[in-house]
Design a protein around this ligand. Structure first.
Ligand SMILES: CN1c2c(nc(N)[nH]c2=O)NC[C@@H]1CNc1ccc(C(=O)N[C@@H](CCC(=O)N[C@@H](CCC(=O)N[C@@H](CCC(=O)O)C(=O)O)C(=O)O)C(=O)O)cc1
Ligand SMILES: N[C@@H](CCS)C(=O)O
Ligand SMILES: [Zn+2]
Length: 766
C-alpha cells in the first residue's frame, strides 16, 4: 500500500484565529491559558481536516505559536541569557525572543529573523554562544503535541528540524565567534533524548527536516551529516524510524551526504522533478522514497495525472511499500481553504487548490496508485477537465501585453545619464542636508485605518468617504514628519492593505482573494494575490495619493511602489510561463506608473525590491546568473523612464546582501535603503570594497519589535556605519516600513533617530 503524507499544515486557522489569539494575548486581552487553549483547538481542528481527507501520515509539532525554529531554540535550551535572566515565564520568554519585550522593567530586543529559504516566511535564527551547551526542556513540545494528537485519536508523525539544518541556519551571537556547526557534538545528545522520548510516547516515525541539503554547503556542514545520522542509526529501535526530509530544491549535488541506513528520504518533485531518477539510483536497498508531488508553495490544482505518473515511476523501481505520496514541503506557505473564497470567479476558482484541498489531493494520488485509477475515476476526470480548462482559457492570454514585450529595446533599461550627473540634478532640485533622513514608506496601519477599509469593502461607507479619510491620514502623516524634522517625506501608505496585494488588485491579469492568508512571520499574515494571466495596468495605481501628498507637503515627497520582482515573488505566480516573462510584464506596468508619478510632480520615487534576494536560486551557478539578469533588468525597466533629476530609491529588508551585492549595484538606483540594524556593520565593507558610488541608508533601528531604540544606540550605529561609508553617501532611516508599529513608539523612535542625526550633522559641519 502506498501511504499519503503531509509535511506540515498552516497554523493560523480558517479565520486567522491564531493571529487574533496571540495579538489579544500580547495586548493583555486574553490570558495565557486562553491563548494555549485556542492553540490546542487549532491543532485538533487541523489534524481532523487531514484525517477526514484520508491522509495516512499526519504531522505534529508543525504547529508553533510564533515560529517552528524558535520552538526548537527554546526546547533545546539554546535561549541566550538576556532572555532568561529576568525570570519571564516560558511563553513570554518565547515571545520575547520572537518580538522583543519592553515591559515591567524588562527591555530586550528580539532575535534576528530572516527568510526561510526562498519563501516569504521568516524564521528566528538560532543565536549561539561560544561554548554553547544544550539541554532538552522537561516538556518538549514535540512530545506534548504527539500525545495531544494521540489522545484525540490521531497517531501523528512528529516534525523536527534536523541537527545539521538547525546549526547551519543559526549564527554566532553578537560578539561571539563560534561556528554553529562546531556545536554538533553538544547538540546530538538532545536529539537522542528527544527521539527516545518520542519513541516511548509511541511515535513510529519522525520527519526530520534537513532542507539545507539543497544548498551548496561548506565542507564542515557537509561533514556533519555523517556523524549525526550514524549516531541516530546506532540507536536502532530506541528511536522512531527517520524520514530525512528535503525541500525547495534538488539534492543531486549532495547525494553522498544522504544517510545510508535511513528509513526514508523525502524529495521535492514539484520544484525539481528531474532529480527523481538520480535519487532513486542512490537510495539504500530498503530506503523508502517520500515523493513530494503536491506543491506546498503554490495554489495551483495538482495535475493528478502527471503526479500519478511520477509516483508510478518510483513504484516501478521500488515497489508500493517503499513509496510515500507527499506534499512537496509543508503546506505552511499556502492558505487554509479555498472554501472560504466566496467572491472568486467560478472559472478561476476551479484552477486552485489550497491547503485543505491539497491534503485531499495527496490522499487521492495515494489511492490511485494503490488501488488503481478506477478507484478515484470521478476525481481524476474532474481534475483533468479543470487542468485542460486553465490551459486553454483565453483569460490567461493578452496579445497586447505580448506585443509590448516584443518591442522592448536595450535603451529601455538605462537612465539618461550616469549617477554623478543625476545626483547633481537631483540635489539642485531637492536641496537635501548632509545625512538626509527618511522612512521606508509605511506608517502605522492603525485599527482605524483597517476598519475604515473594511467598511469600504462591505459598502458601509462610500468611496468618497474613504478617500477623504485617507487624505486626512496623509495630512496627519505629513504634519508628524514636519514636527519630527524629517527631510524626505512619505505619504505613509495608509490606503494600502499590503504592498503587493494592493498592486495585484489594480492590475489586470491578477485574481485576489478575501481569506487566503499565509503566515509571513509571528502573527503577521499576507494575502498573496494570484497571477492568472498576462499582466497590464488599466489605470494609474498610486498617483492620486502621491499627488495629494505632494500638494500638502513642505518637503520632498517620496512616491512609493513595489518593484516587479517583489510583486512577482510575493504573489502566487503562474506555473505555465517562466517567471522572467511575468516579471517583465509587471515591470512594464510599473514603468508607466513611475513616469506618471514623475509627471504628477513626485521628484523622489522608491521602488521596493525586498524580495529580490529571496528569489535568488538557492545554489550558486548558471541558474543564479540567469535569475539575476532578468530580475535586475525588470527593476531597471521599471525605473529608467524618468529624467535625471528624478531620484530613484530602492529598498531591501534583510541583511544577507553580500552574496548578491553586484546585483544591487547593477540596479543603478540613486539611493538604497537596506535592513541592517541587527547585523554586524562590517557587512557594509562590501560597499567600500567595490567603491560603491551611490547613496545608501543602512537601517539604524529594527522595526519588527515595539521596542524604542535610544538616541545613544542609534548614534552608536551611525558611528559604526561611518567606518565604512562616506558621510556624503549616508542616509539615515529605519530598517523597513513602520506599518506594524504603534504611533507612540514610532514617534519616539523617529525622534531619537532625528536627534542622533543632528548630532552627526553638527559633528561633520565642523
Ligand atoms: C515587508 N513584508 C511583506 C512581505 N510580504 C508582503 N506581501 N507584504 C509585506 O509587507 N514579506 C516580508 C515582510 C513581511 N512583513 C509583514 C509585515 C506586516 C504584515 C501585516 O501587517 N499583515 C497584516 C495584514 C495586512 C492586510 O492585508 N491588511 C488588510 C486587512 C486587515 C484586516 O485584518 N482587516 C480585518 C478588519 C479590520 C480589523 O478588525 O482590524 C479583517 O479583514 O478581518 C487591510 O489593511 O485592509 C496582518 O494583520 O497580519 C505582513 C507582513
Ligand atoms: N514601502 C514598504 C516597504 C516594506 S518592505 C513599507 O514601508 O512598508
Ligand atoms: Zn522592507
Amino acid at each position: 500500500m502506498v501511504q499519503s503524507a503531509v509535511l506540515g499544515f498552516p497554523r493560523m486557522g480558517v479565520n486567522r484565529d491564531l493571529k487574533k489569539a496571540t495579538e489579544a494575548y500580547w495586548g493583555g486581552k486574553i490570558s495565557q491559558t486562553e491563548l494555549l487553549a485556542e492553540a490546542k483547538r487549532l491543532r485538533l481542528a487541523h489534524w481532523k481536516i487531514q484525517k477526514d481527507a484520508g491522509v495516512d501520515i499526519i504531522p505534529s509539532n508543525d504547529f508553533a505559536l510564533y515560529d517552528q525554529v524558535l520552538s526548537h531554540i527554546q526546547d533545546f535550551g539554546a535561549v541566550p541569557e538576556r532572555y532568561t535572566k529576568d525570570g519571564l515565564d516560558t511563553v513570554d520568554q518565547y515571545f520575547a525572543m520572537g518580538r522583543g519585550h519592553q515591559k515591567g522593567g524588562v527591555d530586550v530586543p528580539s532575535l534576528e529573523m530572516v527568510k526561510w529559504f526562498d519563501s516569504n516566511y521568516h524564521y528566528v535564527k538560532p543565536t549561539l554562544q561560544d561554548g554553547q551547551t544544550f539541554k532538552l526542556t522537561a516538556t518538549p513540545k514535540a512530545v506534548a503535541e504527539f500525545n495531544e494528537a494521540k489522545e484525540a485519536g490521531v497517531t501523528t508523525r512528529p516534525v523536527l528540524v534536523g541537527p545539521v539544518s538547525f546549526l547551519h541556519l543559526g549564527k554566532a551571537d553578537r560578539g561571539q565567534s563560534v561556528d554553529p556547526i562546531d556545536l554538533l557534538d553538544s547538540l546530538l545528545p538532545v536529539y537522542e533524548q528527544l527521539l527516545t522520548q518520542l519513541k516511548e510516547a509511541g511515535a513510529e516515525t519522525v520527519q526530520i527536516d534537513e532542507p539545507v541539503l539543497v544548498f551548496d554547503l561548506p565542507a564542515k556542514t557537509k561533514a556533519a551529516f555523517k556523524p549525526a545520522y550514524e549516531k541516530f542509526a546506532s540507536l536502532g529501535d530506541k528511536i522512531p524510524k527517520l524520514v530525512f526530509t528535503t525541500y525547495f530544491g534538488d539534492i543531486v549535488h549532495n547525494l553522498d551526504l544522504l544517510p545510508k541506513d535511513i528509513y526514508a528520504i523525502h524529495i521535492d518533485l514539484v520544484r525539481n522533478p528531474e532529480q527523481l531518477d538520480t535519487v532513486l539510483g542512490a537510495l539504500g536497498p530498503k530506503t523508502v522514497l517520500s515523493a513530494g508531488v503536491v506543491d506546498g508553495r503554490n495554489i495551483w490544482k495538482t495535475n493528478l495525472k502527471r503526479a500519478i505518473e511520477t509516483v508510478e515511476s518510483a513504484i516501478q523501481k521500488l515497489g508500493k511499500d517503499r513509496v510515500i505520496v507527499a506534499t512537496s514541503s509543508s503546506l505552511l506557505h499556502t492558505p487554509h481553504t479555498l472554501a472560504s473564497e466566496k467572491k472568486l470567479d467560478a472559472e478561476i476558482a476551479d484552477w486552485f487548490s489550497f491547503a485543505s484541498e491539497k491534503v485531499v489531493e495527496v490522499a487521492i494520488i495515494a489511492k490511485a496508485v494503490t488501488e488503481g485509477p478506477a478507484a478515484v475515476r470521478e476525481q481524476l476526470e474532474a481534475n483533468a477537465k479543470s487542468i485542460q480548462a486553465r490551459a486553454t482559457s483565453p483569460r490567461t492570454n493578452d496579445p497586447k501585453v505580448k506585443e509590448r514585450q516584443s518591442k522592448i529595446v536595450p535603451a529601455d533599461y538605462n537612465r539618461k545619464s550616469e549617477f554623478p550627473v543625476r545626483i547633481d540634478a537631483q540635489q539642485k532640485k531637492l536641496n537635501l542636508p548632509l545625512f538626509p533622513t527618511t522612512t521606508i514608506g509605511s506608517f502605522p496601519q492603525t485599527k482605524e485605518i483597517r476598519l475604515s477599509r473594511n467598511k469600504l469593502t462591505k459598502g458601509e461607507i462610500t468611496a468618497q468617504e474613504y478617500d477623504s479619510f485617507i487624505e486626512q491620514e496623509i495630512r496627519d502623516n505629513v504634519k508628524i514628519q514636519e514636527e519630527l524634522g524629517i527631510d524626505v517625506f512619505v505619504h505613509g501608505e495608509p490606503e494600502r492593505n499590503d504592498m503587493v496585494q494592493y498592486f495585484g488588485e489594480r492590475l489586470d491579469g491578477y485574481a485576489f482573494t478575501t481569506h487566503a492568508w499565509v503566515q509571513s512571520y509571528g502573527s503577521r499574515c499576507v494575502r498573496p494575490p494570484i497571477i492568472v494571466g498576462d499582466i497590464s495596468r488599466p489605470a494609474p495605481m498610486t498617483v492620486k495619493e502621491s499627488k495629494y501628498a505632494v500638494s500638502v507637503s513642505s518637503k520632498p515627497m517620496k512616491g512609493m511602489l513595489t518593484g516587479p520582482v517583489t510583486c512577482l515573488r510575493w504573489s502566487f505566480p503562474r506555473d505555465d510561463i517562466h517567471q522572467s516573462v511575468q516579471a517583465e510584464q509587471l515591470a512594464l506596468a510599473l514603468r508607466d506608473e513611475v513616469v506618471d508619478l514623475e509627471k504628477a510632480g513626485v521628484d523622489v520615487i522608491q521602488v521596493d525590491e525586498p524580495a529580490l534576494r529571496e528569489g535568488l536560486p538557492l545554489r550558486s551557478g548558471t541558474e543564479r546568473d540567469a535569475y539575476l539578469k532578468w530580475a535586475v533588468n525588470a527593476f531597471r525597466l521599471s525605473t529608467t523612464g524618468v529624467e535625471d533629476s528624478t531620484q530613484i530609491h530602492s529598498h531591501f529588508c534583510y541583511s544577507e546582501f553580500q552574496d548578491f551585492f553586484h546585483a544591487i549595484a547593477a540596479l543603478d538606483a540613486d539611493v538604497l535603503s537596506i535592513e541592517n540594524s541587527k547585523s554586524d556593520a562590517k557587512l557594509l565593507s562590501v560597499f567600500v570594497d567595490s567603491a560603491y558610488p551611490r547613496h545608501i541608508g543602512p537601517g539604524v533601528y529594527d522595526i519588527h519589535s515595539p521596542r524604542v531604540p535610544s538616541e545613544q544606540e542609534i548614534k552608536d550605529r551611525i558611528e559604526e556605519m561611518l567606518q565604512y561609508l562616506k558621510p556624503e553617501q549616508l542616509w539615515i532611516n529605519p530598517d523597513c516600513g513602520l506599518k506594524t508599529r504603534q504611533w507612540k513608539e514610532t514617534k519616539e523612535a523617529l525622534a531619537n533617530m532625528i536627534a542622533a542625526t543632528k548630532y552627526f550633522r553638527a559633528k561633520y559641519a565642523k
